[in-house]
Design a protein around this ligand. Structure first.
Ligand code: ADP
Ligand code: MG
Length: 353
């Protein structure tokens, strides 16, 4: 994104109310391989305090690498450039030992496979206590009590007994609750959740989203919620960024994007959600598949799959403001010719774009 001073955005999907300050600011983030090939390019977004921000896009679009780069957790052989700021603090410049303390005390993380993320040979209590003692000065007894309290907060029944159980004694949904307890027990105000419900049944998914919603309002958390599922994201997030082939193609209030998608790729995603809602199980995909990372064409990366593509789309596309609150990376951006009636029925309330 080339804009240096974006217009102010609202914290909720509303045009009224005070602006919350920015907590997390990702600016022009690139992740490159050793040979210099980019896997994500120029990713920029801001998350305000107490805002739930969704990053959505097909598998391979660069969502996980965006999260890992932001937390200083890229695998060997990949490097990040650009800027990631938490409360104004530049994270990419921090040495690993500082990042280790920032992760946990200021940024909590949860991932797709909660069972795999827990250590099978320690009780869940021991693992929460270890996380607590790493980030807060606590004695053994105090940490044990705090671990029970943390399990109660994420609604694990009988936390005083279950604190002594091992991960295999819990269901997948319960393990994700335990991961959430660990992620926030160090006092983090930003939670990065990468596909946290993808491995879970739909009913359990909704319970986890409900729990996250409660924690957001009780603790004043901000959340970066990463998912390939636009329908799910729409139920939970205040604002969204849509990723395609290593870059952001659209940002804006969740309701505005879902009721009036402006980028042809977002439009395709929204239609997938509508198909599923109307027919129950049918989910029509967008024809074709995204270009492999590093083999992106010049100009619009979506144009080979785009029903609106025409001469001009081979030129570089900038992420530009289409309204005060919305950005779109498409020179042909315009309201959907099929009209706004394509909105899924379960959208959260809020202002129109
Ligand atoms: N360690 C790595 N080395 C090389 N390529 C990678 C590595 N990790 C991810 N990639 C590639 O980067 C792209 C983005 O990956 P990822 O961020 O995991 O996508 P998403 O989370 O959106 O599904 C994919 O094409 C993936 O194959
Ligand atoms: Mg991923």
């Amino acid at each position: 994104m080339l804009h240096t001073e974006p217009p102010p955005r609202t914290q909720r999907d509303s045009e009224s109310g005070a602006q919350a300050p920015v907590l997390f600011d990702v600016a022009d983030l690139f992740v490159r391989k050793r040979d210099g090939a980019a896997l994500i390019s120029g990713v920029s977004f801001q998350i305000r305090r107490q805002e739930v921000f969704g990053l959505v896009g097909e598998s391979g679009s660069g969502k996980t690498l965006t999260a890992l780069a932001s937390m200083g957790l890229l695998p060997d052989g990949l490097t990040a450039s650009g800027a990631v700021r938490l409360n104004g603090m530049h994270l990419l410049a921090k040495p690993e030992r500082h990042m280790r303390s920032i992760r946990g005390s200021q940024i909590g993380m949860i991932f797709q496979e909660p069972v795999a993320a827990l250590n099978p040979v320690f009780t869940v209590g021991a693992q929460i206590e270890a996380a607590l003692r790493a980030h807060r000065r606590m004695g053994r007894h105090e940490a044990h009590e705090a671990a029970i309290h943390a399990l109660a907060r994420v609604r694990i029944p009988n936390p005083g007994e279950r604190v002594n159980d091992y991960p295999h004694q819990f269901s997948g949904g319960m393990c994700q609750r335990i991961m959430i307890a660990m992620a926030i027990s160090g006092g983090a105000k930003l939670l990065i959740a990468d596909e946290p419900t993808t491995a879970l049944d739909v009913t359990i998914q909704h319970e986890i989203i409900q729990l996250l919603r409660e924690l957001v309002s009780q603790d004043g958390l901000s959340v970066l919620f990463i998912s390939h599922d636009l329908g799910l994201v729409a139920q939970f997030c205040d604002r969204l960024a849509v990723a395609y082939a290593g870059e952001i193609v659209e940002t804006g209030p969740a309701r505005a994007i879902l009721t009036d998608p402006r980028h042809p790729y977002t439009r395709g995603l929204v239609r997938c959600v509508v198909d599923m809602d109307e027919i129950g199980i049918l989910r029509r995909g967008i024809p074709g598949s995204p270009p492999l990372a590093g083999t992106w064409p010049d100009g619009c990366r979506f144009r080979a799959r785009c029903e609106m593509a025409q001469s001009g789309c081979e030129s570089a596309q900038q992420l530009e403001f289409s309204t005060a609150l919305r950005e779109v990376r498409c020179w042909r951006s315009e309201p959907d010719p099929r009209g706004a009636a394509t909105a899924p029925p379960h959208l959260p309330g809020g202002a129109q774009p």
